[in-house]
Design a protein around this ligand. Structure first.
Ligand code: ZN
Length: 336
């Protein structure tokens, strides 16, 4: 089925075999030396543990061509899953000592153009901040650079990393600059922290969408606000289970979010790190929650609607989705 993906991290999408290759090329010693060992290494005991592994992955990116490689592979993989368009988060500050902001962006755009030609899929870029970065003032450099490159592939500005102890309010000034420049805010919130963090993302950062946001359910007033304003939540079910936000898929609050009338999209977050793909996310939720094809189609269309694409692009994509879903319907009937 046709899909878009709005919440997926570039560094978290590196395939295990590519990671091993990059580590070897750049003389980085990882605690895992085979695909099997990587799988084991990707069993996370806590969010902090996850962040630790994430930084180790980032340390394998040392040259512009490393970025080209992972972006090209990423888009190839998205195309294989019939994901027409992706909004891709990456954390430029994490790499800046090894590859400058401009070099990162040039390499990413080069691979993007190549993959667009070859596979016909597109993406927008969302640089984000690790919220535990200090001094916080350094984040102003990142946002100023992002604003300068808004016509150069950058479409939004994010906030990720450990939510506990790093509330959205720390980055008020940074996100005020983004808002002034009409660069949409796409912070993570309500993942390992509760409703206060989501309120902060909305009130202080002017969030256009919330990354995860599943813990909004702890505050009925917040649920009402999110419903009335139809602020989209980028939901990633397997990620939430792997990082202990939900104790199992069966107990994930997705059905409750939907029955509350919230605007939900489905995402894979860091697919190989959680041993999943966007296709598998849709399959898992359909099976676990017994969602019919109308619900699944609606969730896929929500992705188009919640994207940052211009209006006419959304219309084009929506009619393409309608056409492909209708064809899938015929195919299913033909099988009966
Ligand atoms: Zn994320």
């Amino acid at each position: 089925m046709p899909k878009v993906e709005l919440h997926v991290h570039l560094e978290g999408s590196i395939l295990p075999e590519t990671l091993l290759l990059l580590a070897k090329k750049n003389n980085v010693t990882l605690p895992a030396k085979s695909i099997e060992e990587i799988r084991k290494w990707y069993r996370f005991s806590s969010f902090d543990h996850f962040v630790e592994v994430y930084f180790a992955i980032c340390s394998c990116l040392r040259a512009p061509e490393d970025f080209e490689l992972i972006v090209f592979e990423f888009l190839k993989n998205q195309a294989r899953q019939n994901i027409k368009y992706s909004e891709v988060i990456f954390t430029p500050f994490t790499h800046v000592k090894r590859v400058s902001f401009d070099e990162q962006l040039a390499a990413i755009n080069k691979a993007r153009e190549k993959a667009e030609k070859e596979y016909g899929v597109t993406m927008g870029l969302v640089p984000d901040l690790a919220r535990n970065m200090r001094p916080v003032e350094e984040s102003l450099k990142v946002v100023d650079w992002a604003i300068k490159n808004m016509g150069n592939g950058i479409i939004g500005f994010g906030l990720g990393g450990p939510e506990t102890g790093n509330p959205p309010e720390l980055f008020a000034e940074t996100f005020a600059r983004a808002k002034n420049a009409n660069l949409p805010a796409l912070p993570h919130a309500g993942e390992t922290e509760g409703a206060d963090s989501v309120w902060g993302a909305i009130k202080t950062l002017s969030a256009k969408r919330i990354g995860h946001g599943v813990r909004c359910l702890e505050d009925p007033g917040l649920v009402k606000f999110l419903r009335e304003n139809q602020i989209p939540l980028d939901v990633s079910v397997t990620s939430n289970v792997c990082l202990g936000v939900a104790d199992s898929i069966e107990n994930h609050p997705l059905p409750e979010l939907l029955s509350e009338g919230l605007f939900v999209t489905i995402n894979s977050d860091d697919p190989p790190m959680f041993n999943t793909t966007l296709t598998e996310e849709y399959l898992k939720i359909a099976k676990t929650f017994d969602f019919g094809k109308e619900t699944i189609k609606q969730l896929a269309l929500n992705g188009v609607k919640a994207s940052l694409l211009p209006g006419e692009e959304k219309l084009k994509l929506t009619s393409l989705f309608e056409k492909e879903f209708a064809e899938l319907g015929k195919e299913l009937l033909g099988r009966n």
